[in-house]
Design a protein around this ligand. Sequence first.
Ligand SMILES: Cc1ncc(COP(=O)(O)O)c(C=O)c1O
Length: 448
Amino acid sequence: MKNSELNNIMLSNQILFDRNKKIMWHPFTQAQTNTDIIPIKKGIGSYVYDYNDKPYLDLISSWWVTLHGHGHPKIAEAIYQQAINLEHVIFAGFTHEPAIILCEELQKNLPKMLKRFFFSDNGSTAVEVAIKMAYQYWKNLGYKNKKHFISFSGGYHGDTLGCMSLGKESGFHNNFTELLFDVLFIPYPSTWNNDKNIEIKEQNSILVLKDYINNNTDSIAAIIIEPLVQGASGMKFSTTQFIKTIVNIARNNNILIIFDEIMTGFYRTGSYFALDAINIVPDILCLSKGITGGFLPLALTIATEEIYNAFLGEKFEKALAHGHSYTANPLACSAAIASLKLLASAECQKSIYNINLAHKNSIELLENVNFIEKIRILGTILAFDIKNNSKVCMLQYMTKLKKQFLLEGLLLRPLGNTIYILPPYSTSYDDLINSYEKIIKILNNNSL
Ligand SMILES: Cc1ncc(COP(=O)(O)O)c(C=O)c1O
């Protein structure tokens, strides 16, 4: 490459950075202190590239959406073919084949009881729809008192008002608590490898649930659960038996079960959905994030026929008054159909297996770093915590770590003191092992 070409590239990187700085307001970002915004030019497979052609290995699937890697040609082609045929049509009073095919294909991988598919645009709207469905279900059936929700402390369900209410104790929404409705919170019994106290923690949570039920007879509409893994609160795991017990108690007390599988769906936890491993069929299931392979925003709230039937009647008042302009966008549906096909391929299944293997084979390396604790692996997710050391300011240390990861070409975004890896399924075994070696080297760097 000629010097002049190189200069042009460096220049465009800087120019974009400056233009962005003047105009942009970034999500979940304190703009005054976080000035390290990186302009990205392209994405190929598990890597994204800046304007200097520096590669960053996307170890968090770009906020957990990129399932098959960036720019997968099969998904790109599906979107193109759909775009020249039908880009969009209003979904009230009209339908289209991509939406129908997508639901039919998903249904093949879901418990038979989950039969009715309601589209929206993102994880938050999927949960918002679930809240409205659960609330109105009881109302339509004549149970006027059933209007309270139970959630887990630390649970995160999105950033709209209903979602923030259910995720009030995640710590992300503290500025808005006055705007949120009351929710009953159960302590979350987070667990990890060799956790000795899990039974006591679980018993405590079960007691709290029973207590809520006894004190709020017939007024609880639903419980919402991120099955097996609480994502945003720091990749916190729970046991399958615990979720099963909670669901059984709730169900025996006429409480609807909402599973928020927005992060855990599509093999993130090892099985197609986390519900498969738990062997539980929720009344309502929320999906989004990986559904389109990370190409376009789309979400589904899927309900049983029993719930759907409660909304039927002569009057509109009984119907679900909810919809978005881009509901069931055909481009997003086509991307999702292509993504599901890729997911079923032998190549993708092998890759999911290899990611889990690389995680497992890195445990020993991680266990040798003495300020790491609570190592945990489930499916394609690996997480561990940095021990809280009173000598260092954790927030500052984690910020420095994140910067150093980026310098080394690793796209990681720690959650509090938790470092996690949740890579696209295009990521090779060797790339992951190399990343772990780099991560450990950075962690062992005493000068940070
Ligand atoms: C479990 C869960 N539910 C809901 C959401 C909200 O999704 P979105 O960011 O697409 O609104 C998230 C996002 O991280 C999530 O992890």
